[in-house]
Design a protein around this ligand. Structure first.
Ligand code: SF4
Length: 222
């Protein structure tokens, strides 16, 4: 199995439960969800004309829509050649669950890595049982894809972007019937907006949920 990759780089996790942990980010190319405020629009299309050599994508992509194919073994080789130290791999996108991630996550785990997937929940999650699944549900976006109940049930963490009360209500409707007892629930204010941040703090305190503030945007890193 080979995966189209937009960028691979080492950084610290900026969002959600693992904020602050050193991670290796693998951003897969391809997404059909269509969020208006998407900050990785370069990942939407797997354009054959934008295919490049592997060594072009082993660094931040600077918003370029290029991509290269990698097998699981080639990921591990690239990680070693780049002397990346982190043992936590974040498989993001784009929408990583467009792809069957079972072989990738199992081979990375066999090599000593902890895997986390960041998904919109609009595709079936195919990964090892020990993979940490973060679902950031994208509700009624342009692509008109429903958020799958199976993805919400599989999630270890549900991280929801909020701007106004309406978004909290949408989340409540979405998770009706999903047992969230053992899940990490995070609210993330959109685009560092003050009102959204105040709302997220209020709801997090009321519900004993976690605030996710996109730390990387405050400390100006990728
Ligand atoms: S799911 Fe993620 S990559 Fe896809 S459009 Fe939405 S924010 Fe962008």
């Amino acid at each position: 199995m080979k995966y189209p990759v937009n960028e691979i780089f080492e950084t610290v996790q900026g969002e959600g439960h693992f904020t602050g942990y050193p991670v290796i980010f693998i951003r897969l190319q391809g997404c059909d969800v269509g969020c208006a405020w998407c900050d990785t629009k370069q990942t939407w299309i797997v354009d054959p004309d934008m295919q490049v050599q592997q060594d072009t994508v082993n660094k931040p992509c600077n918003d370029k829509p290029h991509w290269a194919y990698f097998t699981a073994n080639e990921f591990i080789k690239t990680i070693q050649e780049n002397k990346f130290i982190a043992k936590h791999i974040v498989i993001s996108g784009g929408e990583p669950c467009l792809y069957d991630l079972m072989s990738l996550t199992s081979e990375l785990e066999a090599s000593g890595y902890f895997c986390q997937i960041e998904t919109s929940g609009t595709s079936v999650v195919k990964a090892t049982n020990s993979t940490w699944v973060t679902v950031s549900p994208k509700i009624e976006m342009k692509g008109k894809l429903p958020v799958l109940q199976s993805a919400l049930i599989r999630a270890n963490e549900i991280k929801h972007v909020v701007a106004m009360e309406k978004h909290v209500e949408e989340l409540d409707i979405l998770i009706e019937g999903v047992d969230i007892t053992n899940k990490v629930m995070c609210l993330q204010p959109i685009s560092q907006q003050k009102r959204a941040t105040e709302l997220a703090i209020k709801v997090c305190i009321e519900r004993n949920w976690k605030l996710s503030v996109q730390m990387h945007k405050y400390i100006f890193i990728d």
